[in-house]
Design a protein around this ligand. Sequence first.
Ligand code: SF4
Length: 372
Amino acid sequence: MTIRFTPELIGSCTGRPPAGCRYCDRGSKMVLYITGVCTEDCYYCPLSEEKKGKDVIFANERRLPNEDWEMGALSEARMMSALGTGITGGDPLVVAERTVQAIKSLKEAFGRKHHIHLYTSSAFSRGRLYELAAAGLDEIRFHPPIRTWSDFHRDSPEGEAGKFAELFSSAKELGLSAGIEVPAVPDEPSAFGLRAIVDHAIRNRMDFVNINELEASHTNAARFNDRGFTLVGDSMAVEGSRELAEDVIGSAVRAHPGSRTVLHFCSSVYKDAVQLRNRLKRTARNVKKPYELITQDGTLLRGVLVTSDPYSMALRLGEEYGIPPELMEASGSMVLLAPWVLEAISNDLEEECYISEVYPTSDGLEVERIPL
Ligand code: SF4
Protein backbone atom coordinates (compact mmCIF):
# COMPACT_ATOMS: atom_id res chain seq x y z
CA MET A 1 0.00 0.00 0.00
CA THR A 2 1.32 3.46 -0.87
CA ILE A 3 1.96 5.59 2.23
CA ARG A 4 0.72 9.04 1.29
CA PHE A 5 1.27 10.86 4.57
CA THR A 6 3.88 10.71 7.29
CA PRO A 7 3.09 8.70 10.43
CA GLU A 8 3.40 11.99 12.37
CA LEU A 9 0.42 13.47 10.49
CA ILE A 10 -1.72 10.34 10.72
CA GLY A 11 -0.93 9.99 14.43
CA SER A 12 -2.04 13.54 15.23
CA CYS A 13 -5.46 13.40 13.48
CA THR A 14 -8.69 11.77 14.61
CA GLY A 15 -9.56 10.89 10.98
CA ARG A 16 -8.39 11.54 7.43
CA PRO A 17 -6.21 14.67 7.59
CA PRO A 18 -7.55 17.83 5.88
CA ALA A 19 -6.30 18.07 2.27
CA GLY A 20 -4.32 21.26 2.99
CA CYS A 21 -2.40 19.42 5.72
CA ARG A 22 -1.71 16.44 3.45
CA TYR A 23 0.06 18.68 0.90
CA CYS A 24 2.04 20.49 3.63
CA ASP A 25 3.03 17.15 5.10
CA ARG A 26 4.69 16.19 1.83
CA GLY A 27 6.39 19.58 1.59
CA SER A 28 4.56 20.21 -1.68
CA LYS A 29 2.73 23.37 -0.71
CA MET A 30 4.04 26.87 -1.30
CA VAL A 31 3.32 29.38 1.47
CA LEU A 32 2.10 32.66 -0.02
CA TYR A 33 2.06 35.55 2.50
CA ILE A 34 -0.21 37.83 0.55
CA THR A 35 0.11 40.72 3.04
CA GLY A 36 1.41 41.28 6.56
CA VAL A 37 -1.51 43.60 7.34
CA CYS A 38 -4.25 42.37 9.65
CA THR A 39 -7.09 44.12 11.46
CA GLU A 40 -6.46 42.07 14.62
CA ASP A 41 -3.60 42.39 17.10
CA CYS A 42 -3.45 38.94 18.73
CA TYR A 43 -0.87 38.97 21.49
CA TYR A 44 0.34 35.54 20.32
CA CYS A 45 0.80 36.61 16.68
CA PRO A 46 4.05 34.94 15.53
CA LEU A 47 4.62 37.12 12.44
CA SER A 48 8.18 38.40 12.09
CA GLU A 49 9.02 42.12 12.18
CA GLU A 50 9.63 42.24 8.44
CA LYS A 51 6.01 41.11 7.82
CA LYS A 52 3.85 42.19 10.75
CA GLY A 53 1.58 45.12 9.92
CA LYS A 54 3.32 45.73 6.58
CA ASP A 55 1.81 45.28 3.14
CA VAL A 56 4.59 42.98 1.95
CA ILE A 57 4.30 39.80 -0.11
CA PHE A 58 6.41 36.67 0.31
CA ALA A 59 6.35 33.34 -1.51
CA ASN A 60 8.04 30.93 0.93
CA GLU A 61 11.13 32.90 2.03
CA ARG A 62 11.28 35.05 -1.11
CA ARG A 63 10.16 38.70 -0.84
CA LEU A 64 8.19 39.62 -3.95
CA PRO A 65 7.96 43.11 -5.44
CA ASN A 66 4.42 44.46 -4.82
CA GLU A 67 4.10 45.54 -8.46
CA ASP A 68 5.12 42.20 -10.00
CA TRP A 69 4.22 39.68 -7.31
CA GLU A 70 2.28 37.30 -9.57
CA MET A 71 5.30 36.39 -11.72
CA GLY A 72 7.41 35.95 -8.59
CA ALA A 73 4.85 33.69 -6.93
CA LEU A 74 4.51 31.49 -10.01
CA SER A 75 8.29 31.22 -10.36
CA GLU A 76 8.69 30.23 -6.69
CA ALA A 77 5.94 27.60 -7.10
CA ARG A 78 7.78 26.19 -10.13
CA MET A 79 11.08 26.18 -8.24
CA MET A 80 9.65 23.75 -5.67
CA SER A 81 7.30 21.90 -8.10
CA ALA A 82 4.45 22.95 -5.79
CA LEU A 83 1.30 20.86 -5.91
CA GLY A 84 -0.61 23.47 -3.96
CA THR A 85 -0.46 26.82 -2.16
CA GLY A 86 -1.46 27.95 1.33
CA ILE A 87 -2.41 31.64 1.26
CA THR A 88 -1.86 33.38 4.56
CA GLY A 89 -0.97 36.74 6.10
CA GLY A 90 -1.68 38.96 8.05
CA ASP A 91 -5.24 38.55 6.91
CA PRO A 92 -5.55 37.82 3.17
CA LEU A 93 -9.04 39.30 3.23
CA VAL A 94 -7.57 42.75 3.95
CA VAL A 95 -6.34 42.59 0.34
CA ALA A 96 -9.27 40.54 -0.92
CA GLU A 97 -8.89 41.47 -4.59
CA ARG A 98 -5.21 40.54 -4.58
CA THR A 99 -6.10 37.25 -2.91
CA VAL A 100 -8.78 36.43 -5.48
CA GLN A 101 -6.27 37.30 -8.22
CA ALA A 102 -3.65 35.00 -6.65
CA ILE A 103 -6.08 32.08 -6.62
CA LYS A 104 -7.02 32.69 -10.27
CA SER A 105 -3.37 32.99 -11.40
CA LEU A 106 -2.27 29.85 -9.59
CA LYS A 107 -5.19 27.83 -10.95
CA GLU A 108 -4.59 29.14 -14.48
CA ALA A 109 -0.87 28.37 -14.34
CA PHE A 110 -0.95 24.99 -12.60
CA GLY A 111 -4.44 23.66 -13.27
CA ARG A 112 -7.51 22.82 -11.24
CA LYS A 113 -5.70 20.22 -9.15
CA HIS A 114 -3.28 22.76 -7.65
CA HIS A 115 -4.80 22.71 -4.15
CA ILE A 116 -5.31 26.12 -2.54
CA HIS A 117 -6.20 26.75 1.05
CA LEU A 118 -6.64 30.10 2.72
CA TYR A 119 -6.42 31.36 6.32
CA THR A 120 -8.50 34.28 7.44
CA SER A 121 -9.39 36.04 10.66
CA SER A 122 -12.22 38.22 9.34
CA ALA A 123 -15.96 37.67 9.32
CA PHE A 124 -16.34 39.02 5.79
CA SER A 125 -19.37 39.02 3.49
CA ARG A 126 -20.95 36.00 1.83
CA GLY A 127 -20.43 37.76 -1.53
CA ARG A 128 -16.68 37.78 -0.92
CA LEU A 129 -16.77 34.12 0.00
CA TYR A 130 -18.56 33.42 -3.27
CA GLU A 131 -15.79 35.28 -5.18
CA LEU A 132 -13.10 33.18 -3.49
CA ALA A 133 -14.94 29.95 -4.30
CA ALA A 134 -15.57 31.06 -7.90
CA ALA A 135 -11.85 31.85 -8.31
CA GLY A 136 -11.09 28.22 -7.41
CA LEU A 137 -10.39 28.19 -3.65
CA ASP A 138 -10.49 24.60 -2.34
CA GLU A 139 -10.28 24.96 1.43
CA ILE A 140 -10.84 27.74 3.95
CA ARG A 141 -9.48 27.88 7.50
CA PHE A 142 -11.14 30.38 9.79
CA HIS A 143 -9.23 31.85 12.70
CA PRO A 144 -11.85 33.71 14.73
CA PRO A 145 -10.22 36.23 17.09
CA ILE A 146 -9.63 34.81 20.57
CA ARG A 147 -12.08 37.30 22.17
CA THR A 148 -14.94 35.55 20.29
CA TRP A 149 -14.16 31.93 21.15
CA SER A 150 -16.21 31.62 24.33
CA ASP A 151 -19.30 32.96 22.51
CA PHE A 152 -19.36 29.75 20.46
CA HIS A 153 -20.59 27.80 23.49
CA ARG A 154 -24.18 28.93 22.78
CA ASP A 155 -26.42 26.99 20.41
CA SER A 156 -26.76 30.09 18.22
CA PRO A 157 -23.76 32.33 18.73
CA GLU A 158 -24.46 36.03 18.42
CA GLY A 159 -22.43 39.11 17.48
CA GLU A 160 -19.05 38.49 15.87
CA ALA A 161 -19.12 34.77 16.68
CA GLY A 162 -22.55 34.59 15.02
CA LYS A 163 -21.13 36.16 11.83
CA PHE A 164 -18.38 33.54 11.76
CA ALA A 165 -20.93 30.78 12.34
CA GLU A 166 -22.90 31.98 9.30
CA LEU A 167 -19.74 32.08 7.20
CA PHE A 168 -18.85 28.51 8.25
CA SER A 169 -22.14 27.20 6.93
CA SER A 170 -21.96 29.34 3.78
CA ALA A 171 -18.52 27.90 3.03
CA LYS A 172 -19.95 24.38 3.31
CA GLU A 173 -22.90 25.28 1.06
CA LEU A 174 -20.45 26.57 -1.56
CA GLY A 175 -18.69 23.21 -1.55
CA LEU A 176 -15.49 24.41 0.13
CA SER A 177 -13.69 22.23 2.61
CA ALA A 178 -14.14 24.38 5.73
CA GLY A 179 -12.47 24.26 9.11
CA ILE A 180 -11.17 26.26 12.03
CA GLU A 181 -7.51 26.78 12.86
CA VAL A 182 -6.56 28.19 16.25
CA PRO A 183 -3.69 27.87 18.72
CA ALA A 184 -4.03 26.07 22.07
CA VAL A 185 -3.48 28.90 24.56
CA PRO A 186 -2.91 27.39 28.01
CA ASP A 187 -4.87 29.66 30.32
CA GLU A 188 -8.35 29.16 31.76
CA PRO A 189 -10.47 31.59 29.66
CA SER A 190 -8.77 30.49 26.41
CA ALA A 191 -9.15 26.80 27.31
CA PHE A 192 -12.88 27.37 27.84
CA GLY A 193 -13.04 29.16 24.48
CA LEU A 194 -11.13 26.38 22.71
CA ARG A 195 -13.55 23.75 24.04
CA ALA A 196 -16.49 25.91 22.91
CA ILE A 197 -15.15 26.37 19.42
CA VAL A 198 -14.31 22.67 18.95
CA ASP A 199 -17.76 21.69 20.20
CA HIS A 200 -19.39 24.22 17.84
CA ALA A 201 -17.39 22.86 14.87
CA ILE A 202 -18.45 19.29 15.64
CA ARG A 203 -22.14 20.12 16.17
CA ASN A 204 -22.16 22.05 12.89
CA ARG A 205 -20.37 19.31 10.97
CA MET A 206 -17.39 21.37 9.96
CA ASP A 207 -14.73 19.38 8.14
CA PHE A 208 -11.89 19.90 10.60
CA VAL A 209 -10.40 21.82 13.49
CA ASN A 210 -6.63 22.31 13.47
CA ILE A 211 -5.22 23.11 16.87
CA ASN A 212 -1.71 24.53 16.70
CA GLU A 213 0.79 24.25 19.49
CA LEU A 214 1.37 27.79 20.77
CA GLU A 215 4.83 28.98 19.75
CA ALA A 216 6.99 31.86 20.89
CA SER A 217 8.74 34.10 18.39
CA HIS A 218 10.86 37.25 18.60
CA THR A 219 7.77 39.41 18.17
CA ASN A 220 5.51 37.82 20.80
CA ALA A 221 8.11 36.78 23.43
CA ALA A 222 7.68 39.87 25.64
CA ARG A 223 3.88 39.48 25.73
CA PHE A 224 4.25 35.75 26.54
CA ASN A 225 6.59 36.67 29.34
CA ASP A 226 4.05 39.15 30.77
CA ARG A 227 1.47 36.36 30.85
CA GLY A 228 3.85 34.00 32.61
CA PHE A 229 4.16 31.51 29.72
CA THR A 230 7.28 29.36 29.76
CA LEU A 231 8.84 27.29 27.00
CA VAL A 232 9.30 23.52 26.72
CA GLY A 233 13.03 22.79 27.09
CA ASP A 234 15.03 24.72 24.49
CA SER A 235 12.15 24.68 21.98
CA MET A 236 9.85 27.58 21.10
CA ALA A 237 6.71 25.61 22.14
CA VAL A 238 4.78 27.01 25.10
CA GLU A 239 4.52 24.77 28.15
CA GLY A 240 1.02 23.33 28.59
CA SER A 241 -0.20 24.02 25.04
CA ARG A 242 0.22 20.42 23.81
CA GLU A 243 -1.43 19.03 26.95
CA LEU A 244 -4.40 21.38 26.56
CA ALA A 245 -4.86 20.48 22.87
CA GLU A 246 -4.69 16.75 23.61
CA ASP A 247 -7.14 17.09 26.48
CA VAL A 248 -9.63 19.10 24.38
CA ILE A 249 -9.39 16.62 21.49
CA GLY A 250 -9.74 13.61 23.84
CA SER A 251 -12.83 15.07 25.54
CA ALA A 252 -14.43 15.99 22.20
CA VAL A 253 -13.91 12.49 20.81
CA ARG A 254 -15.49 10.94 23.93
CA ALA A 255 -18.43 13.37 23.83
CA HIS A 256 -19.08 12.93 20.08
CA PRO A 257 -17.94 9.40 19.20
CA GLY A 258 -19.52 9.34 15.70
CA SER A 259 -18.34 12.80 14.63
CA ARG A 260 -16.83 13.19 11.16
CA THR A 261 -15.15 16.49 12.04
CA VAL A 262 -11.43 15.71 11.99
CA LEU A 263 -9.50 17.12 14.94
CA HIS A 264 -5.81 17.67 14.33
CA PHE A 265 -3.07 18.75 16.70
CA CYS A 266 -0.22 20.42 14.80
CA SER A 267 2.90 20.48 16.97
CA SER A 268 5.75 22.91 16.73
CA VAL A 269 8.24 20.04 16.18
CA TYR A 270 6.11 18.59 13.36
CA LYS A 271 6.04 21.93 11.51
CA ASP A 272 9.84 22.15 11.55
CA ALA A 273 10.89 18.53 11.41
CA VAL A 274 8.40 17.30 8.81
CA GLN A 275 6.66 20.09 6.88
CA LEU A 276 9.60 22.47 6.51
CA ARG A 277 12.16 19.71 5.95
CA ASN A 278 10.05 18.09 3.25
CA ARG A 279 9.52 21.42 1.50
CA LEU A 280 13.26 22.15 1.58
CA LYS A 281 14.07 18.69 0.21
CA ARG A 282 11.60 19.15 -2.61
CA THR A 283 13.10 22.53 -3.54
CA ALA A 284 16.66 21.22 -3.12
CA ARG A 285 16.04 18.46 -5.67
CA ASN A 286 15.00 21.14 -8.20
CA VAL A 287 17.75 23.72 -7.62
CA LYS A 288 20.74 21.52 -6.71
CA LYS A 289 23.85 22.10 -8.85
CA PRO A 290 26.08 19.12 -9.79
CA TYR A 291 28.66 20.33 -7.26
CA GLU A 292 26.18 20.32 -4.34
CA LEU A 293 24.93 17.56 -2.04
CA ILE A 294 21.47 17.42 -0.44
CA THR A 295 21.50 16.72 3.31
CA GLN A 296 18.90 14.80 5.33
CA ASP A 297 17.45 18.16 6.38
CA GLY A 298 16.96 19.36 2.81
CA THR A 299 19.85 21.86 2.95
CA LEU A 300 22.68 21.94 0.39
CA LEU A 301 26.40 21.33 1.01
CA ARG A 302 28.98 22.96 -1.24
CA GLY A 303 32.71 23.65 -1.01
CA VAL A 304 33.83 27.31 -1.04
CA LEU A 305 37.26 28.63 -1.95
CA VAL A 306 37.68 32.38 -1.37
CA THR A 307 39.74 34.23 -3.98
CA SER A 308 39.96 37.67 -5.60
CA ASP A 309 40.13 36.13 -9.08
CA PRO A 310 37.65 33.23 -9.20
CA TYR A 311 37.76 32.73 -12.98
CA SER A 312 41.59 32.29 -13.11
CA MET A 313 41.42 30.09 -10.01
CA ALA A 314 38.77 27.84 -11.61
CA LEU A 315 40.97 27.50 -14.72
CA ARG A 316 43.98 26.63 -12.55
CA LEU A 317 42.01 24.01 -10.58
CA GLY A 318 40.83 22.45 -13.82
CA GLU A 319 44.38 22.23 -15.20
CA GLU A 320 46.20 21.16 -12.02
CA TYR A 321 43.66 18.73 -10.55
CA GLY A 322 41.59 17.76 -13.58
CA ILE A 323 38.37 18.98 -11.91
CA PRO A 324 35.56 18.85 -14.50
CA PRO A 325 33.79 22.22 -15.13
CA GLU A 326 30.44 20.93 -13.89
CA LEU A 327 31.91 20.36 -10.42
CA MET A 328 32.85 24.02 -9.88
CA GLU A 329 31.57 27.51 -10.58
CA ALA A 330 33.13 30.97 -10.25
CA SER A 331 30.75 33.14 -8.24
CA GLY A 332 31.46 36.62 -6.83
CA SER A 333 34.75 36.40 -4.92
CA MET A 334 34.76 32.62 -4.63
CA VAL A 335 34.87 29.34 -6.46
CA LEU A 336 32.08 26.96 -5.48
CA LEU A 337 33.18 23.34 -5.71
CA ALA A 338 31.94 19.86 -4.93
CA PRO A 339 32.60 19.41 -1.20
CA TRP A 340 34.28 16.03 -1.69
CA VAL A 341 36.69 17.59 -4.24
CA LEU A 342 37.56 20.56 -2.02
CA GLU A 343 38.17 18.27 0.96
CA ALA A 344 40.64 16.26 -1.12
CA ILE A 345 42.70 19.26 -2.32
CA SER A 346 42.31 21.93 0.38
CA ASN A 347 45.59 21.00 2.12
CA ASP A 348 47.48 21.97 -1.05
CA LEU A 349 45.83 25.40 -1.26
CA GLU A 350 46.69 28.62 0.54
CA GLU A 351 43.29 30.24 0.03
CA GLU A 352 40.57 30.15 2.66
CA CYS A 353 38.48 27.00 2.09
CA TYR A 354 35.36 25.79 3.86
CA ILE A 355 32.26 23.66 3.47
CA SER A 356 29.10 25.74 3.46
CA GLU A 357 25.62 24.44 4.33
CA VAL A 358 22.89 26.62 2.83
CA TYR A 359 19.11 26.64 2.48
CA PRO A 360 17.92 25.85 -1.05
CA THR A 361 15.87 29.06 -0.94
CA SER A 362 16.13 32.25 -2.95
CA ASP A 363 18.15 33.96 -0.18
CA GLY A 364 20.48 30.92 0.11
CA LEU A 365 20.85 31.55 3.85
CA GLU A 366 23.99 29.90 5.25
CA VAL A 367 23.25 27.57 8.17
CA GLU A 368 26.76 26.38 8.96
CA ARG A 369 30.34 26.85 7.85
CA ILE A 370 33.01 24.18 8.43
CA PRO A 371 36.57 25.47 7.85
CA LEU A 372 38.96 23.13 6.02
S1 SF4 B 1 -5.20 37.14 13.16
FE1 SF4 B 1 -3.32 36.04 12.65
S2 SF4 B 1 -2.05 37.52 11.50
FE2 SF4 B 1 -3.70 38.68 12.53
S3 SF4 B 1 -2.78 39.37 14.45
FE3 SF4 B 1 -3.87 37.45 14.88
S4 SF4 B 1 -2.30 35.82 14.64
FE4 SF4 B 1 -1.49 37.71 13.66
